[in-house]
Design a protein. Sequence first.
Length: 174
Amino acid sequence: MGVLVGNIFSHLTGIILLALVSLQGCGNYYITLNEQLVYEPAKLFRDYDIADAALSACIEQRIADEFITQASELTQLNCSNAGIEKLDGLALFTNLQELKLSENRIRNLVELGQLKQLEQLWLDANQVVDPVPLAGLQLLETLDLSGNGRLQCPSESIFSRVPSLSLPDHCETL
C-alpha cells in the first residue's frame, strides 16, 4: 500500500510540475493548490513618472502589450503621431535601443541624451531646434531629424559616426 501511495504522489507531483511549466507562458494566471497560492505572475512595471500624458499612455500600452515587468525590459518604443511635447521621465528606460517619435511636437532632447543604448532614433517632423544633446549617443546607427524646420544644423563632426543620418533640407549634407 505504501508503494502505491508513493507512486500516486510521485505522479501527482509530476503532473503539477508539468502544469506549472506549461502555464509559465500564460503570465496572467494565478495557481493555487488546496487554497494555497503556489504561483503568482510578475506584475507589470508601473514605477515610472512621465509628465506628458501622451507619452505616458504610449509607454503604458507598450508595457501591457509586451508584459514588461521592469524598466530594463523596454527596448523598443514607437510613439509616432501621438501629440507628445515633453520627454521628461523617459531616461528611466535605460535599455531603449529603438525609439520612434516621428510627427510629434518635441523640442527639447536633453532627456534622450541619457539613453546611451539608443541605436535607432526617429525624430522627424517635430519641433527640434538643438540636436547637440544627442551627440553623446555613441551607438546610434540611425538618426532621423528631417522635417524639423528650425533645427540648428549640426557641425560635421557631431554625427559623423552615424551611418544613417537624415537632416532637414536646409542643412547641408554631412
